[in-house]
Write a protein that binds this ligand. Structure first.
Ligand code: FPP
Length: 234
């Protein structure tokens, strides 16, 4: 079995606390978080990860103060515009995981433009989870199956998820010291190895990502079988 996870998903938590600890505003924490997005995307690609999914905005994040919500979308637009050449140079294709309907129009236009311009890139897929909630995703997939009269089985359902065609999540990382899944990729992470790090997202650097991959490589993934079976002793 490969030691490199094919699909790594990250709940990027801790931007606010990182900023508060420095006497800065929360948005400055998100700006520092965007720099980590850049670093970790580059590192994941160097390490041969096929899919990197980053939880950037949940369906619950709309409840944050209006200024923070506006600032986050503005940051995303600037990030996408700045990063497009790097994505293309590094053969990274962008994909949106989430319901596009409530995404602010300018952010959606920018996203779609970067998605279209990077869609031929196959070295790595960068999934941005924006306005994403796993329960919504599963329910929507079930509705579509029902409308199309398709069978309710795993293969058909997976084709209707935002991650259609991608490997299931092998490694799910949450930074910032919380131990929750927060409605993130519940179906895709059914057999994921979970790694909770106390590091705040803006401090999560390439070395921390490498440490996470080292920890992943030590885990014995049994998928319901025994350790002896996995080691080939039975
Ligand atoms: C959680 O930290 C982080 C978010 C809700 C937003 C994530 C956004 C970024 C990493 C920056 C922009 C992203 C891209 C893709 C450019 P928190 O605010 O909940 O931190 P706290 O728990 O310390 O308050």
């Amino acid at each position: 079995m490969s030691q490199t996870p094919r699909h790594v998903a990250i709940i990027m938590d801790g931007n606010g606390r990182w900023a508060e600890a420095r006497g800065l505003g929360r948005l400055e924490g998100h700006h520092a978080g965007a720099a980590s997005v850049r670093t970790i995307t580059t590192r994941a690609r160097e390490r041969g990860v096929e899919s990197l999914t980053l939880f950037a905005f949940s369906t619950e994040n709309w409840n944050r103060p209006k200024g923070e919500v506006r600032g986050l979308w503005r940051l995303l637009i600037d990030f996408l515009k700045t990063e497009l050449p790097t994505l293309i140079k590094n053969q990274i294709g962008l994909r949106l995981l989430g319901d596009p309907d409530a995404i602010p129009p300018l952010a959606l236009r920018t996203l779609n433009s970067v998605i279209n311009r990077s869609q031929k890139n196959t070295r790595m897929t960068l999934n941005l989870a924006l306005n994403y909630g796993a329960k919504d995703e599963i329910l929507q997939a079930m509705r579509r199956l029902s409308e199309a009269g398709e069978p309710f089985d795993e293969a058909h359902l997976e084709k209707r998820l935002y991650t259609a065609g991608q490997a299931p999540v092998d490694l799910l990382i949450r930074t910032g010291g919380e131990h929750r899944l927060s409605n993130f990729l519940l179906w895709q992470s059914a057999y994921a190895e979970l790694l909770f790090s106390d590091i705040l997202w803006p401090d999560f650097d390439a070395a921390a990502f490498d440490d996470a991959l080292t920890e992943y490589a030590k885990r014995e993934r049994r998928f319901g079988r025994t350790g002896a079976q996995i080691r080939g002793e039975l």
